[in-house]
Design a protein around this ligand. Structure first.
Ligand code: KG4
Ligand code: ZN
Length: 337
């Protein structure tokens, strides 16, 4: 049988990435160009600058991902949403151009679905199939969502954030503390120097549902800073990080408990947070659940996760290969129950 080579392209936000996946299991390349330095001075992603940078870098990133591989892609996949419109257009044009050049199909992949599957690549980037049913926590700069997943392409939304995404809350708190963008890693590093118990922020557990809300914690932080001029930034970071990670772990484990599911999978930028990982592993163990995270280098935006998702879509379903972009694209099942 001829091998399949999926070339995937990611341009939804502030990372330009291209990856090549052979036969759904061998990651031949995953090149990521991050725009963080470009956006740092604005303390957040500037959409116009982001699309210009994608346009400037995408060809080089693709060429590096394909270099020396002597391969011809059999499918071109790209993230067609959710994301910033300008970036999505760059991804689509690049993908369609390559599709025409190689005379191969082009397909859109949901960026969030990529985050869901990223945990299939473990730390060594070896691909180990997920075990279903599972509870998936997708926790990034733009999204915080809890899903029940009963198989490839079979999803049920359990809850999402009513306001800020967890990563967004990290970034906003970092901004309040005048820490550089992106805030998550900065807050997390400073939290290591904090004194536990010095401050306590509320945990929005909202019992009885699987929804999240992080704007209250962020507001509590801003009031604390206003009222305590001599605050210790490390204590603030620790108390904030504890509140957010406790909430994420509590909700995820509750969902696993309610549905009697013993597999938990976490993806998205915030899952790089060591405290979140350790708490989830610890609590998962108590619950008897196996917990998996997106592999190293695959927590933030990357094209490898899209290539994997495209592989499953191609192999498990005769899906329509829509390439229409949708900045607000929701995650949807593509296999009916
Ligand atoms: O998945 P991602 O790269 O992009 C989106 O799809 O949004 O996630 C980026 C988010 C940012 O908000 C960033 O601050 C957060 O992930 N993040 C972290 C950590 N590393 C990245 N948040 C908390 N702790 C971290 N170690
Ligand atoms: Zn993302």
């Amino acid at each position: 049988m001829n091998s399949s080579y999926i070339l995937a392209i990611e341009t939804t936000c502030d990372e330009t990435s291209a990856a090549v996946l052979k036969d759904g299991k061998e990651l031949l390349s995953n090149v990521i160009y991050t725009q963080i330095d470009l956006h740092k001075k604005y303390a957040g992603v500037v959409p116009e600058l982001a699309s210009r940078a994608h346009a400037a870098k995408v060809a080089g990133v693709i060429s590096t991902a394909l270099k020396d591989k002597q391969i011809t892609p059999t499918t071109i996949a790209f993230a067609n949403g959710p994301g910033l419109p300008g970036g999505l257009l760059v991804g689509r044009v690049a993908a369609e151009t390559l599709g025409a050049l190689y005379n191969v199909p082009v397909m859109g992949v949901n960026h969030l679905e990529g985050h869901l599957y990223a945990a299939e690549f473990d730390g060594n980037l070896a691909n180990k199939p997920l075990k279903f049913p599972l509870i998936s926590l997708i926790v990034s700069g733009g999204h915080t969502e809890l899903w029940k997943v009963t198989g490839y392409g079979k999803y049920k939304l359990l809850g999402k954030t009513r306001d800020d995404a967890a990563g967004e809350a990290f970034d906003k708190v970092a901004k309040l503390l005048k820490l550089p963008y992106p805030g998550g890693p900065q807050v997390s590093a400073l939290a290591l120097k904090g004194n536990r118990g010095a401050i306590k922020f509320p945990r929005p557990f909202m019992k009885g549902n699987f929804e999240f809300s992080f704007s209250g914690i962020k507001t509590a932080v801003s009031y604390y800073l206003r009222d305590h001029k001599d605050y210790n930034p490390a204590d603030v970071c620790l108390a904030f990080e504890d509140a957010v990670t406790d909430t994420l772990v509590y909700k995820t484990l509750n969902a696993a408990e309610k549905y009697g599911i013993k597999n938990i999978v976490i993806g998205g930028g915030v899952c790089a947070n060591k405290k979140l990982q350790n708490k989830m592993l610890e609590e998962g163990k108590k619950h008897g659940s196996a917990v998996r995270f997106a592999g190293k280098g695959l927590t933030s935006d990357n094209a490898a996760m899209l290539a994997l998702c495209a592989y499953y879509k191609l192999n498990y379903a005769k899906i329509n290969k829509s390439i229409k972009i949708n900045p607000n694209m929701p995650l949807r099942s593509w296999i009916s129950k």
